[in-house]
Design a binder for this molecule. Structure first.
Ligand SMILES: [Zn+2]
Length: 65
């Protein structure tokens, strides 16, 4: 799956806060940084781990920006 910075994604497991199952990609490098849209908590995942957990891309970031 192709994803990029600021995309909104859904992971196979929800964040324990249960407020939202969507995450925003806030940093992409060796690690992927994700922000929970429910509670605002940020987590870092290794890219390989993120690829395994990624379920669906909900919204693509605006590519004109
Ligand atoms: Zn959360």
């Amino acid at each position: 799956m192709q994803y990029q910075l600021h995309d909104i994604v859904q992971l196979k497991k929800d964040h324990p806060c249960k407020k939202s199952s969507f995450w925003e990609i806030t940093r992409m490098g060796v690690d992927i940084k994700l922000k929970c849209l429910g509670c605002g908590t940020s987590v870092m995942l290794e890219r390989i781990d993120f690829d395994k957990r990624l379920k669906k891309i909900i919204q693509k970031a605006d590519q004109t920006q």
